[in-house]
Design a binder for this molecule. Structure first.
Ligand SMILES: [Zn+2]
Length: 236
C-alpha cells in the first residue's frame, strides 16, 4: 500500500509554488534499447550485470525508488520525481523532456558500473565535459557531493571500495559524450540546473555481489538516506 501511494505521488508532477523538484533518473530499463544513436536519443536497456545475473536496470530503479521514499520521509521540502517507475526504457529525448517539464532544482541519473577486466571498484559520477558545458564547476561539485554521500555507505559494505574522481563524459559514444546531457542541453532553462550520472559501484565482481548486492535490503535504504540528506543540505 505504501508503495502504491508513493507511486501515485511520483506520477503527479504538478509543482506547488516554492516546491523544489528533484528529478531522479533510474538508468536503463525495459526489454530493449530505445531511441537511436543517429538522433542521439539511444538509451540501452541494460549495461552492467552482476556475476549472479542481477541487472543494472533493476538495481537503478530499486535504489531510485528508495531515494524518493527517503526524501518523502525526511525532507518534505524536496519533491522527488522519477523519469520511470517501472521496467520501461524512455529514450533520452523523452527523459530530457520529462526533466524540462518538471522544472527541477537538480537532475541525476542512478547507474551501476562494470569494467572490461572486471577489476574496477569504487563510486564515481559522470558530468558533461568542460568544453560546451558552462555549468561544469557546479555539475562537478554536485557530482562530488553525491559520490561522497553514496560512498560513505558503500564502503561500510565493500571495505576496499574508494571514492573515485568525477569523470567527464567525453569518453562516451566515441567522444561525442552522453546522449542524456546532449538532449538536456536543448533546454536553455535547464542549463544552470546541476546534473550528473552517479555510478554507485561496479557490480561485475563476486565480492561486490556478496558484500553489497546480496545485502541491498539493508544497504540501499542507507545509501538512499545518505543521498537524500546530501540533497537536503544542498537544495532544501
Ligand atoms: Zn548504466
Amino acid at each position: 500500500m505504501k508503495r502504491l501511494l508513493l507511486l501515485a505521488a511520483l506520477a503527479c508532477s504538478t509543482a506547488f509554488a516554492g516546491e523544489k523538484i528533484i528529478v531522479i533518473d533510474p538508468g536503463h530499463g525495459g526489454p530493449a534499447d530505445s531511441g537511436s544513436q543517429k538522433e542521439r536519443t539511444l538509451s540501452s536497456s541494460n549495461n552492467a550485470t552482476s556475476p549472479g545475473k542481477l541487472l543494472e536496470k533493476n538495481l537503478t530503479l530499486e535504489l531510485s525508488l528508495e531515494v524518493a521514499k527517503q526524501l518523502a520521509a525526511h525532507h518534505s521540502g524536496l519533491k522527488p520525481v522519477l523519469t520511470r517507475t517501472q521496467d520501461e526504457n524512455p529514450d533520452f529525448a523523452k527523459r530530457a523532456a520529462f526533466c524540462a517539464a518538471a522544472k527541477p532544482v537538480a537532475i541525476f541519473s542512478i547507474h551501476f558500473n562494470a569494467s572490461d577486466n572486471h577489476a574496477g571498484l569504487g563510486t564515481t559520477a559522470v558530468v558533461a565535459a568542460k568544453g560546451g558545458n558552462p555549468n561544469y564547476s557546479d555539475d562537478e561539485a554536485f557530482a562530488k557531493g553525491l559520490i561522497a554521500a553514496a560512498h560513505r555507505v558503500v564502503v561500510k559494505f565493500v571495505p576496499n571500495s574508494t571514492a573515485l574522481a568525477v569523470i567527464p563524459d567525453s569518453h562516451l559514444h566515441g567522444g561525442a559524450g552522453s546522449n542524456f546531457f546532449h538532449q538536456l542541453a536543448k533546454y536553455p532553462e535547464l542549463r544552470a540546473v546541476p546534473k550528473c550520472f552517479l555510478e554507485v559501484e561496479f557490480i561485475d565482481r563476486k565480492d561486490v555481489e556478496t558484500e553489497l548486492l546480496a545485502k541491498r535490503g539493508e544497504a540501499f535504504p542507507q545509501i538512499a538516506r545518505a543521498i537524500a540528506d546530501y540533497l537536503a543540505t544542498r537544495f532544501e
